[in-house]
Design a protein around this ligand. Structure first.
Ligand SMILES: [Zn+2]
Length: 229
């Protein structure tokens, strides 16, 4: 093997004359290649193709994704959706497509809050029950405890994060005795203030005044099934 091919970066094709510099070399292409081998990299590739499918475009292979102008946006989106505990990336992308918001902007806080607002205005109680129930079951699996003991294991900051991401809803929490006990006995004064901020008592009192009998019965039933009554 001659020196030229020996010291050539297979990612960016740059040729080096010194082995020391070659060994220290790092480039955008190499970073992308290495990221794509990680679980998050694989997830970003899958999610990118899902986004294409949602627009009736054909899926592409990994090599094409590597040089795609969307690579960094999807890398960021995977990190962002994990950070926000987003349960349904597909729903998020569908919303972005219908509002013609390109991937570059998906992780902007304003865009994310616009989506949360949209959820608040479009989802019905039945949806909130199933989302909350799925989240609690998922957490009980991860934590290795029955759903009824979930509040013995969660930290206040976790619950605040879940409510903010709309993974669990005050519609269910506020009728759960175990959640109310958690709120009274397991949170600090500062955390109580935070909870009051994200679950506005005035707004939620009004919400419950307007709730129809059947919806309330469904919530109470689900709370009993989860054992958080
Ligand atoms: Zn390189």
């Amino acid at each position: 093997m001659n020196q030229k091919s020996e010291y050539k970066c297979k990612h960016c094709k740059h040729i080096f004359t010194s082995e020391i510099i070659f060994r220290k070399h790092s480039c955008k292409e190499m970073k992308r290649y290495n990221f794509l081998k990680t679980p998050r990299g694989i997830a970003s590739f899958i999610v990118y193709n899902e986004w294409r499918k949602l627009q009736f475009r054909k899926t592409i292979p990994k090599n094409t994704f590597l040089i795609s102008k969307y690579f960094d946006s999807f890398h960021r989106f995977i990190e962002f959706s994990n950070l926000k505990s987003m349960s349904n990336r597909r729903a998020y992308m569908t919303y972005m497509i219908s509002n013609t918001i390109p991937p570059y902007f998906w992780c902007d806080n304003d865009v994310y809050m616009q989506y949360i607002k949209y959820l608040d205005t479009t989802l019905v109680i039945e949806d909130w029950i199933s989302e909350t129930s799925e989240t609690i079951k998922e957490l009980s699996n991860i934590l290795g405890c029955p759903t009824s003991n979930i509040f013995d294991f969660l930290l206040p900051i976790d619950v605040i994060k879940l409510i903010t991401a709309r993974r669990v809803s005050p519609w269910i929490l506020l009728l759960s005795k175990k959640f109310l006990d958690f709120l009274v006995h397991k949170t600090t004064r500062e955390e109580k203030i935070l909870f009051n901020k994200i679950i506005d008592p005035v707004k939620w009192r009004k919400n419950f005044e307007c709730i129809i009998f059947n919806d309330k019965a469904s919530i109470i039933n689900e709370i009993k099934l989860l054992g958080i009554n």
